[in-house]
Ligand binder design. Structure first.
Ligand SMILES: Nc1ncnc2c1ncn2[C@@H]1O[C@H](COP(=O)(O)OP(=O)(O)O)[C@@H](O)[C@H]1O
Ligand SMILES: C[C@@](O)(CCOP(=O)(O)OP(=O)(O)O)CC(=O)O
Length: 448
C-alpha cells in the first residue's frame, strides 16, 4: 500500500498594518481564515531512471506540473513538458536543496492540491464532495480563474513545502513549533523567490502559524542568498539561514475576541498589490519626513487597535456581564450605546483614523488604497446591526472588504436588495485561527 500524508494551511486577512508591515519595525494583525489550501502527498518508486515531482490541481481543468529533479542539476526542477508554476518550482528547489537527499533510488513524488471555495470566484464551477470535504471544480486553468485575494500562493507554497518535508523527514510533526518553523522558513524563501517581489511574508506566516501578530524579518535574509546556480554554496547558506540564523521575526498567536467574527466580502474587481506598493513607496520617499510622521501615526493607531482587541479578549473572560452588554449594544443598540463603551469607541476611532490616513495617502500617491467607492461601501457597512469595524484588508483597493461583527449579526439578510451593496458577494468563510495542520489523506478520496 502506498503511504500518503495530507496537510492544509489557511488563507489570511491582514486587518491592520498594510504597507507598514513591509518595514520590520511595524506590527500587523493577521487573521487566518476557514478557507484552506490542501496538499496530499504520496511517494512511489520511480518507473524510469528519474526522480520526479508531479503536482496536480484537478479542480482547475486538471492542471498539473511535472518536474524532473536531479542532484547533478543542483536540484533545479526541470519541467517535463514546459508547463511551469513558480511557487511549486521554488518549493521543490528549496526543500530538495535543504535536505540534499540521496537520489540513487529514484523517487516518484505525487502531490494533489485542493483549494477551498473561498479563494476563487465560483462562477461556472461545479461542487464535488464526499462525506468529509467539498471542493469546487472549474473548467479553466488556475491562472484563468479570478481570485478573491486570500493568499492562495502562500497557502500553496506552504502545503507543498510541508508535503515535501514529510517525504524527507517522515517524523515531521506539525504540532511541534520547531517543525513548523522549518516549514515556515523554507516556504518564505520559496514564496519570496517565486513572487519575484519582496512581500512582507505575513501571508506565509499566517498559512503556517494561523492568526498572528506579525512583524517581518529583514528582507535581505532572503535576497542575500546566492544565485540558485551557485549549487553547494546556495545549499550551505540556505541551511544556515533556515537552521541557525535568528530571523528576528515576531509571530505571536492571537485570536479575535469571543463572540466576534470576521465577515469577508468580495468586491469582484481586484487590484494589483505590487503596483499599489510601488506607488506608496515612491510617495513615501518623495515626502519625507512628513510621510514618516504619517506612518508613525498609523503605527500608533495600529498598536492601539491590536492592544484594545487584547483588552476585549480578557474582558470577555473577566467581566462577562459587561461584555454581553457590549455585544447587545453592537447588535442594534445604536451609535450612542456603542460609543458609551470606551473599548468599542477606541476600536472604531482607531479604524476611522487609520482609514483617514490611507485616504490621504491615496490622494497624494495616486495608489487607490481606499478609493471613494470603497469609502462609501465601508461607511454603509458601519450602519449595519452587529458591525464593530469595516476595513479594506491588506493592500486595500478593489479586492475584498473585512468586517468585524458580532456572532449574531446577519449581514447577508441586512444587505440583500440594498443597492449600496450590489458590488459585494459575501464570502462563505470566517476566521479560523489555526495554521498548518496534518489532515487524513482518506478525506480527499472519491469526491463526486
Ligand atoms: N489551487 C491551486 N493550484 C495550483 N496553483 C495555485 C492554486 N492556487 C494558487 N496557485 C498559484 O498561485 C498563483 C496566484 O498567486 P497570487 O497571484 O499571489 O494570488 P494570491 O493573492 O491568492 O496569493 C496562481 O497563478 C498559481 O500559480
Ligand atoms: C501591502 C502589503 O503590506 C499587504 C498586502 O496584503 P494583501 O492581502 O492585499 O496581499 P496580496 O495577497 O499579496 O495581494 C504588502 C505585504 O505586506 O506583503
Amino acid at each position: 500500500m502506498v503511504e500518503s500524508r495530507a496537510f492544509s494551511a489557511p488563507g489570511k486577512a491582514l486587518l491592520v498594518g498594510g504597507y507598514l508591515v513591509l518595514d520590520p519595525k511595524y506590527k500587523s494583525y493577521v487573521v487566518a481564515l476557514s478557507a484552506r489550501m490542501h496538499g496530499v502527498v504520496s511517494k512511489h518508486e520511480s518507473e524510469d531512471n528519474h526522480t520526479r515531482v508531479t503536482v496536480t490541481s484537478s479542480q482547475f481543468n486538471n492542471d498539473s506540473w511535472s518536474y524532473i529533479v536531479e542532484e547533478n542539476n543542483a536540484f533545479f526542477p526541470n519541467s517535463v513538458d514546459g508547463k511551469r508554476n513558480p511557487f511549486i518550482e521554488m518549493a521543490i528547489f528549496n526543500v530538495f536543496t535543504y535536505f540534499k537527499p540521496d537520489l540513487s533510488n529514484k523517487l516518484d513524488i505525487q502531490i494533489e492540491i485542493f483549494s477551498d471555495s473561498g479563494y476563487h470566484s465560483q462562477a461556472g464551477s461545479v461542487l464535488k464532495r464526499n462525506s468529509f470535504k467539498e471542493f469546487s471544480y472549474h473548467s479553466h486553468s488556475i491562472t484563468e480563474v479570478p481570485k478573491t485575494g486570500l493568499g492562495s500562493s502562500a497557502g500553496l507554497a506552504t502545503v507543498v513545502t510541508a508535503a515535501l518535508v514529510s517525504v524527507f523527514n517522515p517524523n515531521l510533526d506539525v504540532n511541534r513549533d520547531q517543525d513548523l518553523t522549518l516549514i515556515h522558513n523554507l516556504a518564505q524563501v520559496a514564496h519570496c523567490q517565486a513572487q519575484g517581489k519582496v512581500g512582507s511574508g505575513f501571508d506565509v506566516a499566517a498559512a503556517t502559524f494561523g492568526s498572528i501578530m506579525y512583524q517581518r524579518f529583514d528582507p535581505r535574509l532572503i535576497t542575500d542568498l546566492p544565485e540558485h546556480s551557485a549549487g553547494q554554496i546556495y545549499g550551505q547558506q540556505l541551511r544556515s539561514l533556515v537552521n541557525q540564523v535568528d530571523w528576528k521575526v515576531t509571530i505571536e498567536r492571537v485570536r479575535l475576541p469571543d463572540q466576534l467574527r470576521l465577515v469577508m466580502g468580495d468586491v469582484n474587481s481586484g487590484s494589483e498589490t505590487t503596483k499599489l506598493v510601488a506607488k506608496v513607496i515612491s510617495w513615501y520617499n518623495a515626502n519625507l519626513p512628513r510621510s514618516l510622521d504619517v506612518y508613525e501615526e498609523l503605527n500608533c493607531l495600529n498598536e492601539e487597535f491590536i492592544k484594545t482587541l487584547g483588552v476585549l479578549n480578557s474582558l470577555a473572560a473577566k467581566d462577562p456581564n459587561r461584555y454581553a452588554q457590549m455585544m447587545e449594544a453592537l447588535n442594534g443598540g445604536g451609535y450612542k450605546r456603542i460609543m458609551a463603551f470606551s473599548e468599542l469607541a477606541k476600536l472604531r476611532n482607531c479604524i476611522n483614523c487609520i482609514r483617514e490616513n490611507f485616504r490621504l495617502i491615496t490622494k497624494e500617491s495616486g495608489a487607490d488604497i481606499e478609493p471613494s467607492v470603497q469609502t462609501e461601501l465601508l461607511d454603509a457597512c458601519m450602519w449595519l446591526d452587529g458591525v464593530l469595524t469595516a476595513v479594506l484588508p491588506g493592500a486595500g483597493g478593489y479586492d475584498a472588504i473585512s468586517l468585524i461583527t458580532t456572532k449574531d449579526a446577519d449581514i447577508r439578510s441586512q444587505t440583500e436588495g440594498n443597492s449600496a451593496f450590489d458590488a459585494v458577494t459575501w464570502l462563505d468563510l470566517s476566521q479560523a485561527d489555526i495554521g498548518l495542520v496534518e489532515e487524513n489523506p482518506i478525506h480527499y478520496q472519491d469526491l463526486k
